[in-house]
Design a binder for this molecule. Structure first.
Ligand SMILES: [Zn+2]
Length: 363
C-alpha cells in the first residue's frame, strides 16, 4: 500500500481521508514539524493519491501504475509544482514565486498556479523550506494565498512554524507532524539505502542494535539519523568508547578525537557539528553506564559502557553519583561547543578533566 512507506503519520492519513470524504479539503496547508520526519514525502504521496486515475480522492490511495502515478513518481506531472530553496541559498527567494527578474510574472510558482490544470482536475504545489521565505517572497506569495484559484491546492513544508510570516500562517491550515519513534527510525535505517551526498561517506547499518543506538540519538529525525551513518564518525565514536572503557591517557584521547574530527572533513561549521555528535555519543556512554548501575539496563546498551560500569559498585549511591558527574562534565562540553568555544580546546580540557576524575587513585 502506498502509505506503508510512510512511518508514524497514520493519524494524518486518516484525517485527510475523513476530510476528503466530507468534501472539506482546504486550499492551503502547512505541514509543520522537525526536519527529516517525512513531511515532504507525505505531501508528495498525498498529491499522488489525489492525481491517481484508478482511485477516487475519497479513497486516498494510489495505484503506482497509472500514467498520473508514474508522472508523480518521476517528478514530471504537469500539475504538480514542487519548489524550494535554490542550492546553497539560505532563503526561499522571490524568483521562485514570480520568476527571474528578466521574466517577472511570466514564470515562477504564482504564474504556474494561475493557469488551468493540464491533466488533472487541480494543480498541487509543494512549497519546501517555507520557513525560509523572506519578507519579499512571502509578500509575493501572499497574493496567491489570499485569492486562491479554485483548482489549486498549496502544501507548505515548514521545519520552523515560528519563522513563518503570521499573514501566511493564518491563511493556511496547520497540520503538525510529530518526530518519528526511535523504533521506526531504527527500522528505516536498516531497510533504506544510505545516500552519499557531499562526500559524506555513509555506511549502511545492518546490525539492529547499532541502528537502535543511532535512532536513539536522532531526536526522531530520519535525516539526522542518516547523518550519523558517516563511516568515519562512527569509527571515531568506537575509538572514544574503547578508550573511555580502558584506562585512557588524556593527551592521547584528546589527540585521537581532535585529529579524527579534522579527518572527517568539512568546513569549520561541519567540524563543530561532528564534534557535537561525538560529545553526544559520549553522553550516551555515561548514560548507559549510569543506567546499568541503577539496574535499568536498556536494549540499546553500549557494550564498552557496560564494561566501564563494572568498575563500580552497583549498590553504592556514591558510585552512581560519580558516573553522573562524568555525564554532567560531558554535557558541559556539549554546551560549550554549542556556544562556539574552540572545539580542539574544549576537547582537550574535557579529556584532561575526565582523566583527572577517573585517575586510578580514586578508582
Ligand atoms: Zn495511479
Amino acid at each position: 500500500m502506498i502509505w506503508d512507506s510512510i512511518r508514524g503519520h497514520g493519524e494524518r492519513v486518516d484525517w485527510f481521508r475523513r476530510t476528503l470524504r466530507r468534501g472539506r479539503l482546504s486550499h492551503a496547508y502547512v505541514f509543520a514539524g522537525p526536519d527529516g520526519i517525512g513531511k515532504r514525502l507525505f505531501a508528495k504521496t498525498l498529491a499522488q493519491c489525489l492525481f491517481c486515475q484508478r482511485h477516487s480522492n475519497e479513497e486516498l490511495l494510489a495505484c503506482g501504475e497509472c500514467s498520473a502515478c508514474k508522472q508523480v513518481l518521476a517528478g514530471s506531472h504537469p500539475d504538480l509544482h514542487q519548489v524550494g530553496r535554490h542550492k546553497g541559498k539560505s532563503e526561499l527567494t522571490i524568483d521562485v514565486f514570480l520568476g527571474p527578474l528578466e521574466n517577472r510574472l511570466r514564470e515562477g510558482l504564482c504564474y504556474d498556479l494561475s493557469r488551468l490544470p493540464m491533466n488533472a482536475d487541480r494543480k498541487i504545489a509543494i512549497i519546501d523550506d517555507a520557513s525560509a521565505m523572506n519578507t519579499e517572497s512571502a509578500n509575493a506569495f501572499l497574493k496567491t494565498l489570499e485569492e486562491p484559484q479554485p483548482h489549486a491546492l498549496l502544501l507548505l513544508i515548514a521545519d520552523n512554524l515560528d519563522a513563518l510570516l503570521p499573514t501566511i500562517r493564518s491563511r493556511c491550515q496547520t497540520v503538525r507532524f510529530d518526530p518519528l519513534s526511535s523504533r521506526d527510525i531504527a527500522e528505516l535505517l536498516v531497510q533504506q539505502e544510505p545516500e552519499n551526498e557531499e562526500e559524506d561517506e555513509q555506511e549502511r547499518v545492518t546490525d539492529p542494535v547499532e541502528a537502535a543506538a543511532l535512532a536513539e540519538l536522532s531526536g526522531g529525525s530520519l535525516a539526522i539519523a542518516k547523518r550519523l551513518l558517516n563511516r568515519r564518525l562512527r569509527a571515531l565514536r568506537d575509538a572514544l568508547y574503547q578508550q573511555l572503557a580502558a584506562e585512557f591517557d588524556s593527551v592521547v584521547l584528546a589527540e585521537t578525537l581532535n585529529s579524527g574530527i579534522e579527518a572527517i572533513g568539512g568546513d569549520a561549521a561541519k567540524q563543530r557539528h561532528n564534534a557535537l555528535w561525538l560529545i553526544r555519543f559520549g553522553l550516551e556512554f555515561f548514560r548507559t553506564a549510569a543506567l546499568h548501575l541503577s539496574d535499568q539496563p536498556e536494549g540499546t546498551a553500549i557494550p564498552a559502557a557496560v564494561t566501564f560500569a563494572r568498575r563500580f559498585d552497583a549498590r553504592s549511591p556514591e558510585d552512581f553519583e560519580f558516573v553522573m558527574s562524568l555525564f554532567e562534565r560531558m554535557a558541559e562540553t556539549e554546551h560549550h561547543i554549542e556556544s562556539n568555544v574552540s572545539v580542539p580546546r574544549c576537547v582537550e580540557i574535557l579529556c584532561e578533566d575526565l582523566g583527572r576524575m577517573l585517575r586510578p587513585t580514586r578508582r
